[in-house]
Write a protein of this length. Structure first.
Length: 187
């Protein structure tokens, strides 16, 4: 959507410039392009809202949904080997299940896009105080303090904070990345 809006802004600037030069035909062409880009941006917004509203678990338990995410959406499409251990004693609330699923989904998406990893370890376990999740890859790593683009990590942290949890990320070039988060169950 950002690309469409940036391109639309450029087209509209061109319209203003061409109108100053009395090039009505050129201005109309750029205006048509700007309109089309606006329509594309609206479609992207609609798709994004639909994706956010679509419940990720679709009536499944968190362990079942995570197994499908790992096997069908990640391993098959990326070729990354994911060793997952999911140890929950009781079903979690829908709010916690959804947040855990979304954070793991975002972490795996980031790994697939950026890490060049071929192995990932995912551990989800319940203990007496809460839910603990660890996601570790063998990828290229990065300096977390220099990663200021995008909203993925910020969104992951915000999801945890809403539930009273916290998220920690450790990484450095050549050493992969580890994300660890905890959610207390005594909310």
């Amino acid at each position: 959507m950002g690309h469409s809006l940036t391109a639309q802004s450029i087209q509209l600037e061109n319209v203003a410039m061409l109108l100053d030069e009395k090039d009505v035909e050129g201005a109309n062409q750029n205006l048509q392009k700007a309109r089309q880009l606006g329509k594309e941006a609206l479609q992207n917004v609609g798709q994004s809202v639909a994706t956010l509203r679509n419940h990720p678990l679709k009536g499944q338990s968190l362990p079942t949904a995570l197994r499908k995410l790992v096997q069908e959406e990640c391993e098959k499409t990326t070729g990354i080997q994911i060793n997952s251990t999911i140890d929950l004693n009781y079903p979690l609330s829908m709010e916690i299940s959804t947040a855990v699923y979304r954070v793991i989904q975002e972490a795996l998406t980031n790994i697939a896009k950026h890490s060049r990893a071929n192995r990932v370890s995912l551990v989800l376990q319940e203990n007496t105080t809460g839910i603990l999740v660890s996601i570790k890859d063998n990828g290229c790593g990065f300096y977390p303090q220099e990663n200021t683009t995008g909203f993925g990590l910020q969104g992951m942290r915000e999801r945890m904070e809403v539930l009273g949890g916290n998220l920690h990320l450790t990484s450095q070039p050549g050493k992969g990345c580890k994300i660890h988060f905890e959610i207390p169950l005594s909310m």
